[in-house]
Design a protein around this ligand. Structure first.
Ligand code: KG4
Ligand code: ZN
Length: 347
């Protein structure tokens, strides 16, 4: 395999329209992200139909910009990568359709990437000493999970949320308080000025002997607290509320992530997904895990939230593990269950 191959990646799973070009293992030639936040914020949440329509408008210019920033044209690219799930189906279909079209027109191989795997692998773009095995805490607007990564392509979901995702809880609490969208960065900012011990919110499933999470009860506890205080005529200290809510989310995540790493004997823990941009989560996880001899990795903020550089990285590792994904060759003997490689034939 050519270790320096260039991959054009596309990401449209939610409300960011993104394209990136990666050269080799970790040289990001371009990483273009067009956020649709301004179209969704008046609804204080992502509206799937709007997301799909905006992806249609933005995907062409975003891909063009990613190629031109990289100083390349489509024919220079070795492979095209695209997220095909999990995500909003209508939104995913836009990226997937465009990727198929480009691959067909330019006669390039197409690699389909799992969005969660891409979030985890974002950490490998900037941390050259990072390697599996590791435990990843994946916390985003759509997912909350603890994943054991034994090796590239070998993942085990140890636990996940039984209801709301972590980012969803931040967004819903912010929405209830009328703070704006997306709620995570706003609550993060307000919490810096607040007291995390001011209000004793529940730490759901903290002591449960599994790796699952539950966040909808916490959201309800915040709503009930605010209503009760307002009924008593008390002013709400939004900074204290933000800090106390955030601490309740983070306490459980830190405790369970460290326990999961210890169970697997993993000395590395990675933080992935949009919520891993949270300042307090990063600090607390580092402080507590490093006391247990577990090294914590995270990435710069632009690679935590949805982007296509992480998608290209995931595709790169898939190709490295299985070069036949792009170097289709004739096989004398073939397992009857051999998965047909995504080639022009099945586009
Ligand atoms: O990974 P992402 O961009 O999209 C999904 O795959 O869902 O994550 C977006 C989520 C949103 O819910 C947003 O509120 C949250 O990440 N988020 C944060 C922070 N920055 C983004 N949550 C807490 N603290 C932050 N600093
Ligand atoms: Zn995501």
């Amino acid at each position: 395999m050519n270790e320096d191959l260039t991959i054009l990646a596309i990401e449209t799973s939610c409300d960011e329209t993104a394209a990136a070009v990666l050269k080799g293992s970790n040289t990001i030639l371009s990483n273009v992200i067009s956020s649709q936040v301004k179209y969704h914020e008046k609804f204080r949440g992502v509206v799937p139909e709007i997301a799909s329509r905006k992806h249609v408008e933005l995907i062409g210019p975003v891909i063009k910009e990613a190629l031109s920033e990289a100083g390349l044209i489509l024919s220079d690219i070795d492979a095209i990568a695209v997220v095909n799930g999990p995500g909003l189906v209508g939104a995913l279909l836009i990226g997937l359709g465009v990727a198929k079209g480009l691959a067909y027109a330019a006669k390039k191989p197409l690699i389909c990437v799992n969005h969660i795997e891409a979030h985890i692998l974002a950490n490998f773009l900037e941390n050259e000493d990072l390697k599996p095995p590791l435990v990843a805490l994946v916390v985003s607007g759509g997912h909350t999970a603890l994943v054991y990564m034994k090796d590239f392509g070998e993942y085990e979901i140890m636990g996940e949320t039984l209801d709301d995702a972590a980012g969803e809880a931040f967004d819903k609490v912010a929405k209830f308080l009328g703070l704006g969208y997306p709620g995570g960065p706003i609550i993060d900012r307000l919490a810096k000025e607040g007291d995390p011990a001011a209000i004793d919110f529940p730490r759901a499933m903290m002591r449960a002997k599994n790796y699952d999470f539950s966040l909808s009860g916490l959201k309800t506890a915040v709503i009930n607290y605010v209503r009760a205080e307002r009924a008593k005529g008390n002013e709400i200290n939004v900074n204290d509320l933000a800090a106390s809510f955030q601490a309740a989310v983070i306490d459980v995540q830190v405790a369970k992530a460290i326990r999961a790493a210890k169970e697997k004997g993993a000395s590395r823990l990675v933080l992935a997904g949009g919520v891993s941009a949270n300042r307090s989560l990063r600090i607390r996880m580092k402080e507590e895990a490093e006391g247990e001899g577990i090294r914590v990795y995270n990435s710069s903020l632009i690679l935590c939230t949805d982007n296509a550089a992480m998608v290209a990285k995931a595709a790169y590792e898939m190709i490295k593990k299985d070069p036949s994904l792009i170097e289709i060759d004739a096989a004398r003997n073939m397992d009857a269950n051999a998965y047909p490689v995504l080639s022009l034939g099945n586009i």
